[in-house]
Ligand binder design. Structure first.
Ligand code: GLU
Ligand code: ZN
Length: 283
């Protein structure tokens, strides 16, 4: 079964940028006859907002983005991640380099590669061997990367938390056939594919959509103080998000979110996404 996901981190409520990604991932998989689900990427409690998950889920519901599967939580996948770590045992090492030392290097210089016996208070890194990673992004096109260029990367952080890159590679390789997300994550894709290949998981199809940005170029995010969606204006929000994606829902129809999404689903297969999104304008 074709499966696509929307995977917000519960760091705050949805904003227009996240709505665009949610809608695009929904339309993309639904238009292929697949199923869509929501995965809450809650592996970083210090960065999370305790009210965010409930706010995100109710906002998705208010915007008629109904999932075909139960909500999935990365925090429920501890065993899966531990098993993957086990499987990669022979390629792991324990890194005690300080942030300051590492800041001097473009990529990890391999300093701790010899530390192959477990150490406390150390990050766990995957020793990367040279390898070419090729994939075709449905939006960005053909991508070719040398694993050497990204270097040995962290799979489990020094504070004991799983690294996003690693956990998400395992989940996507296990559960999703399609990954549609923002271009801010394009750079982690080769590392994630590398992890999937090492674990023998299947590689999803990737599509990285352009980001919604403020006039100064900053992407909409919690850090850039993107305003939360106003759920009482859900139909207008969906309309706006579709327009950013280059679709023009007819003005005269007094559609609710579900009707707008249904209309967009018909359009999607023949639709070309814009290379850039229009600059964000608050409404
Ligand atoms: N949870 C990540 C974020 O909100 C996205 C994960 C993904 O789509 O791979 O930025
Ligand atoms: Zn190190």
């Amino acid at each position: 079964m074709l499966t696509g996901r929307f995977a917000p981190s519960p760091t705050g409520p949805l904003h227009m940028g996240s709505l665009i990604t949610a809608i695009a991932s929904y339309l993309d998989i639904k238009a292929s006859g697949g199923q869509w689900y929501v995965r809450i990427d809650n592996l970083d409690p210090p960065r999370e907002d305790p009210s965010a998950t409930a706010a995100i889920l109710s906002s998705l519901h208010n915007h008629a983005l109904e999932a075909d599967l139960d909500v999935d939580y990365q925090s429920d996948h501890q065993q899966r991640y531990a098993q993957a770590l086990q499987q990669l045992q022979s390629q792991l090492f324990y890194c005690t380099c300080s942030r300051k030392t590492l800041a001097k290097h473009e990529r990890y210089p391999g300093t701790c590669r010899a530390n192959t016996t477990p150490l406390d208070d150390a990050a766990i890194r995957l020793r990367v061997s040279d390898h070419t990673i090729r994939y075709t992004d449905a939006i960005v096109g053909e991508q070719i990367h040398q694993a050497e260029a990204f270097g040995d990367f962290v799979v489990k952080r020094r504070d004991g938390l799983w690294a996003y890159t690693f956990a998400t590679a395992i989940d996507d390789g296990s559960d999703s056939t399609h990954v549609l997300r923002g271009q801010d994550l394009l750079h982690v894709t080769p590392q994630q594919i590398y992890v999937m290949q090492q674990l023998g998981l299947s590689i999803p199809t990737y599509a990285h959509i352009p980001l919604l940005r403020f006039a100064d170029g900053a992407k909409l995010s919690k850090q850039s103080h993107a305003p939360a969606l106003d759920d009482t204006r859900a139909a207008e929000n969906v309309r706006t998000a579709l327009r950013y994606l280059g679709l023009q829902p007819p003005r005269h129809e007094n559609w609710q979110p579900a009707g707008l999404l249904e209309w967009a689903l018909e359009e999607w297969p023949n639709h070309q996404l814009p290379q850039e999104l229009a600059t964000y304008a608050s409404t």
